[in-house]
Structures are given as structure tokens and as C-alpha cells.
Design a protein around this ligand. Structure first.
Ligand SMILES: C=C(O[C@@H]1C=C(C(=O)O)C=C[C@H]1O)C(=O)O
Length: 371
């Protein structure tokens, strides 16, 4: 399918108010779209279906699935999309929510000092006007953020979301589980390399240890990589990769419950941090810090047994794969309004003003894309 035919088909779907998702995974020149044939709202809480899942932060609310066999699928392989309009380099974060956010962070710090919590991730949402077509915004995301999972998701009964997330929640290929620990934030500077404080390194290590502990009951042989610095748009983060094997009887839902929400978007202890967020952030995160991605898709892997008998040499096994990304650096579009969702992790020693600035920096990822 040509680039123009691919996007025309997507625009038709949006004009007909039918559900769709268009996305591209990090470091990948493949754009996929799933177009649901009707406007049914398919929910899941078992995560046993095959499809594309869009899950809220709070799993007490349902996750939405675009079922694989009720969708038309298209794939486009391309490096850069044609775009007439360029991104806006002058985005200035709106300061109207500053006082409220600082008060929220201070409340979080008080809870940490009193020993109720070790870490809590506190967020806010900032409104902007948007005039551009969502498909144009998606094209800009794809051209701008090559090492993020970029997407535009729409369901007429739920809403319209776009994002460029640097964070894999986890992926499962057959029995192999991969997850990452992402924490620490610094503004990206092309002339310097990131230098991290002991506090930042320690906090990222805490996230890594926590993830390893959470997956331990379902896995064996966890291999933990060295810590590396990665770039996500205008920011640096610290990242570690954890790879392990899950036992055959483990259900995908158990892995989801063990890993979501991670301390990178919620805090820990998990339940207490979650409760603090639900009680104190004075808005609903909805799908921000939820997760999205391919759910139980079948793929076949060819094995080479190296036997002499050529007939037996290659055979393929059908396996299932899922890959979920944390819904960060995202925006919800309602009519001509764009709501940019941003947050950051608060620990002992965090400074409320710096936390505010960190959310302003994070808002730029989507801010640059909107005009
Ligand atoms: C919560 C967000 O980001 C998360 C929080 C980070 C931090 O506290 O330093 C870093 C990356 C993300 O895991 C967000 O972007 O809204």
C-alpha cells in the first residue's frame, strides 16, 4: 500500500467515526494500523484475547481491545513521512497549574517523611488548543521521535489519544519476558553527556530491584543488564533491561498485575502509592500511565535443528507475543482541546520547584508536536 493510500484509508476511518490505532515501535520504520470494522466497545479484564489493547492506569476500569479478527490491517514501511507543516519549536509550558502541582508534591513529600511511602509519582494535566488533524499530529510524531513507540488511538466511545512513549512495560515472546526499569530525568543537551548523581542512580536501582522481585514468582534465570543512559526526545533517562523465562502455567494477566503500574509511574509500596495518587491528584489519569500494545499475537519462529536430514532441518513453531508500552508523553484530544499529561517520581529529598520544572520539560515532548 502506498503512503498516500495508507493515510487516506486512516482518514476515512476517522471520518466514519470508527475505532483505529496507528503506531510504530521504537527504532522501526514500520507503521501498522488496525481499523475496527464496527464501533463496538470491546473490553477485557482477562487479557486472553488477541488484539491491540489500550488499558487505563487504574485496572478497576476496563481495558479496551481492538480484536485482531475484527480489524482490517495495513502496514507501511517508510523512513520519513511527507509533511508540509513543521513542528513548533517554541512550546512554552503553561504555568497556571504551578501552585497546585507544587502543593501536591509537598503533600507527597510529607507522606514520604512520615514513613507512609518511599516513592510516589505525581502528575498533572495541562490544556492547550489544537487545530491540526490527528493524523497530521501522528505523522509529526513518527518523523520526530524515532526511539519511542509513537501512536494515535481512537474509539468514538472512549476518545482520541496520541503519544510518544520511551517506556516498555514488558514484552513476552513465547516464554521469554523482557521488561525495563526506567527512572531519572535530565534535560537532553547535544553538547554534553548526562551525569547522574548517587541519588538518581540509587533510585533507578530501587526500581530495578523491585521489578526483579515482582517477576520472581513467575520466572527463572533473570538476566539484568548494565545501566545505560537513553535519550527520549528532549530528555535523558537511566535504563536497565531485565530478561527472563516465564513458567508455562503463568497467565499473561499475572505478569500484568505484577508489573503494572511500575514504581516509575506509581511509586512504592505500590498499593499505598496508588491510594495516595487516587486520593490526592485532583484529576483522573484515565489512560495516562496505563499501557498499550499488541496482545497475544501469533508468530511463527523457524528452528534449524542442524540435522543431516534436510526434511527435518527446518520447522516452525507457532508462539504468542505481546508487547506493551507505558502510556507516557501522551495527549488526549477533545474537540479543539489537547490535554498533555505529565508527572515525575517524588522521593525523600525531592524539591517541589524542580519537580514542577521536570513536568514542564516532559510537556515539551507533545507540546512541540501540537501547534
Ligand atoms: C511519569 C512520567 O515519567 C516517568 C517518571 C520518570 C522520573 O520520575 O524521572 C522518568 C521516566 C518515566 O518513567 C511522565 O513522563 O509523565
Amino acid at each position: 500500500m502506498s503512503e498516500s493510500a495508507f493515510f487516506e484509508r486512516l482518514e476515512q476511518q476517522y471520518d466514519a467515526q470508527l475505532p483505529f490505532v496507528v503506531y510504530s515501535r521504537p527504532i522501526n520504520s514500520i507503521i501498522k494500523c488496525w481499523l475496527q470494522k464496527d464501533d463496538a466497545l470491546n473490553k477485557t479484564n482477562t487479557f486472553e484475547e488477541s488484539g491491540f489493547v489500550f488499558s487505563p492506569f487504574d485496572l478497576n476500569n476496563p481495558a479496551i481491545v481492538l480484536p485482531q479478527n475484527e480489524c482490517e490491517h495495513h502496514v507501511l514501511e517508510i523512513e520519513n513521512l511527507q509533511l508540509e507543516t513543521v513542528k513548533n519549536e517554541d512550546f512554552e509550558s503553561n504555568t497556571s497549574g504551578k501552585q497546585t502541582h507544587i502543593e501536591l508534591v509537598e503533600k507527597g513529600l510529607t507522606a514520604i517523611k512520615s514513613g507512609q511511602l518511599d516513592k510516589v509519582v505525581l502528575s498533572r494535566c495541562e490544556e492547550r488548543l489544537v487545530s491540526e488533524h490527528p493524523i497530521t499530529l501522528f505523522k509529526r510524531l513518527f518523523n520526530t521521535y524515532k526511539n519511542a513507540m509513537v501512536y494515535c488511538w481512537y474509539h468514538p466511545k472512549v476518545g482520541l489519544w496520541l503519544g510518544a512513549t520511551p517506556e516498555l512495560l514488558f514484552k513476552v515472546e513465547g516464554q521469554q519476558l523482557t521488561t525495563i526499569s526506567l527512572a531519572g530525568t535530565q534535560p537532553y543537551n547535544a553538547d554534553e553527556t548526562a551525569s547522574w548523581t548517587e541519588k538518581e542512580l540509587k533510585e533507578q536501582q530501587i526500581v530495578t530491584d523491585y521489578l526483579a522481585e515482582q517477576i520472581a514468582p513467575y520466572t527463572d534465570n533473570t538476566n539484568i543488564s548494565e545501566v545505560e543512559t537513553i535519550r527520549a526526545g528532549n530528555l535523558w533517562h537511566l535504563k536497565t533491561r531485565l530478561i527472563s523465562r516465564i513458567s508455562t502455567e503463568t497467565k499473561l494477566k499475572s505478569i500484568i498485575q505484577a508489573l503494572h503500574p511500575t514504581p516509575a509511574v506509581c511509586g512504592f509500596p505500590k498499593k499505598k502509592a496508588m491510594q495516595f495518587i487516587l486520593d490526592n491528584e485532583n484529576y483522573n489519569r484515565e489512560f495516562y500511565t496505563g499501557f498499550l500494545g499488541e496482545l497475544n499475537l501469533q508468530f511463527s519462529k523457524t528452528r534449524n535443528t542442524n540435522r543431516r536430514n534436510v526434511e527435518n532441518n527446518a520447522y516452525s513453531v507457532v508462539k504468542k507475543q505481546s508487547n506493551f508500552y507505558v502510556n507516557l508523553r501522551c495527549v488526549q484530544i477533545i474537540g479543539d482541546k489537547a490535554k498533555i499529561y505529565v508527572g515525575g517520581g517524588i522521593t525523600k529529598g525531592s524539591d517541589a520547584n524542580n519537580e514542577w520544572k521536570e513536568t514542564q520539560n516532559k510537556a515539551k515532548t507533545m507540546g512541540y508536536i501540537l501547534t
